[in-house]
Design a protein around this ligand. Sequence first.
Ligand SMILES: *Cc1c(COP(=O)(O)O)cnc(C)c1O
Length: 388
Amino acid sequence: MDLSLSDILNHLGEQRQDHYHSVAPPIFTTVNFTFPSVEDMREKLKAEYAHPFYTRGHNPTVETFNQKMAALEGTEAALSFGSGSAAVAAAVMANVGQGDHIVCVRDPYSWTNKLLNIMLPRFGVTATMVEGTPESYQAAIQPNTKLLFIESPNSFTFELQDIPGIVAVARQHGLLTVCDNSYCTPLNQQPARMGVDIVVHSATKYISGHGDAVAGVLCCSKDMHRKIFYSEFMTLGGVLSPFNAYLLLRGLRTLPLRLERVGKTAMTVASWLATQPQIAKVYYPFLPDHPQYALGQQQIKQPGGMFSIQLNTKDLSQIDAFCNRLRLFLLGASWGGYESLAFPSSTFTQQATRPDGYPLNLIRLYTGLEEPSELIADLAHALAAITE
Ligand SMILES: *Cc1c(COP(=O)(O)O)cnc(C)c1O
């Protein structure tokens, strides 16, 4: 029987009977767990992936978080990491080797892009970046393809991929699928229930939700969990600290409330921006005139809190003036916390050297928990910096 959302968030994996029935989970800031006898130690070491032995492997505070994430995604198991990037790298690297090939949607998260196109080629693994339709994945498959990587919606331009369509292509060719689900969280989209093998998250974003912890997690079958545990997880050792696991557990308690609020705010703010003369384009698949609106309605339960805008000017001094006038939208990377953020592509894009790079007038906005009317007033004031 499936647990209800509040059962998962409030009760699953808490083991309160072992901790004086405390409401908040204890933080096991210990390296070792010790044993009454050598026989017991031998037994526990045999199944280190499932028992507390050494905190790089299994830790009870981290395990409580893992159990909740697996239940939320509808997978048998979950494994947490010190960052989303570590989770992405482990999910991919555990499943490819010398001579293998990956197909991935173009413009994924920047460090996923670097993993696939700069780091893995050093080990003889190559990648083809595709537009993102099932047909484009299908067309890029080679005899040595092992894995299809999905990030729906992808970073910065929020293009959706038809997840069941890509899973069907993968199954036809016996390939593994990995989906970065950070934007939606399991509350708004459940790729594993659509057949994806490994779902990865940057828990730094919505799951932490307070801008104070960097973390990652992957959700998968028990067999895959054991495979990744004994390869990339234990050997590369990019594990989540028990203290950050505690922060993530605290973040999870309010995740449904925060997601609903930021989604509604983003919808209000994005709809308003779409009517402003200084805005050339809004990249937000939940606006009814977006070309992928129908796909979004099929796959995603409610609007997300992040979108991008393209300003109606190519003049960098005007683009910078707009950004500098923002007061509530703090200039910064990341997203998913309580604070609204603006990330101008002009701070990183290499458009001069890459003609297909992001345009300089593209700005990513995340709406936090502030009042929507105040955010709109902030944007209106900043837009006044753009003149004819
Ligand atoms: C932030 C992010 C990551 C990387 O996560 P970190 O926790 O920063 O390592 C991966 N994918 C997406 C979509 C992200 O937004």
